[in-house]
Ligand binder design. Structure first.
Ligand code: SF4
Length: 148
């Protein structure tokens, strides 16, 4: 199973028992001054056919175990174009019909890049939780830590 991962791999503490599927590598922003998580990774959105093959491989590994929750990694995977995210979510529904929750890390920038209709579509397709790191509401502080 570990062959299916490109390390380092991070997830929120509440996803400890979730199946993690990497649909991106690294973080599209990767500039926050306090964060070293993906400093050694070049950001890339993985090809959708590769992701589907990995989903199939995970199903083989979890053939006798239900998967309740799936977390889409790496950092800021919400930045993936909506059409591709929708295709991945549809495929997850086919391969893991028992999955009750799909979640993802997302920056405020990635959320704002999507229209309300796009976010609604993703929600309807099963993406029901976005983890958003809100370090500050102060513009100067956000600039200082290079969050924006
Ligand atoms: S957006 Fe998140 S993952 Fe990316 S550099 Fe900032 S804190 Fe790290």
């Amino acid at each position: 199973m570990y062959d299916l991962y490109d390390f380092p791999l991070y997830r929120p503490p509440s996803e400890a028992y979730s199946l993690i599927i990497q649909i991106t590598l690294g973080c599209s922003h990767n500039r926050c001054s306090f964060c070293s998580m993906y400093k050694d990774k070049k950001f890339v959105i993985k090809p959708v056919e590769e992701i589907k093959k990995e989903i199939d491989a995970f199903r083989t590994i979890y053939k006798n175990r239900p998967v309740d929750k799936i977390f889409l990694a790496d950092g800021d995977a919400l930045v993936v174009p909506t059409k591709i995210l929708a295709e991945i979510l549809d495929y997850i529904k086919i391969v893991f019909p028992e999955c009750k929750r799909v979640s993802v890390y997302g920056t405020a920038i990635a959320i704002h890049q999507k229209s309300v209709d796009e976010l609604k579509l993703l929600y309807e397709k099963g993406l029901t939780l976005v983890y958003l790191g809100v370090e500050s509401g102060d513009d100067d502080a956000l600039k200082f830590i290079k969050k924006v």
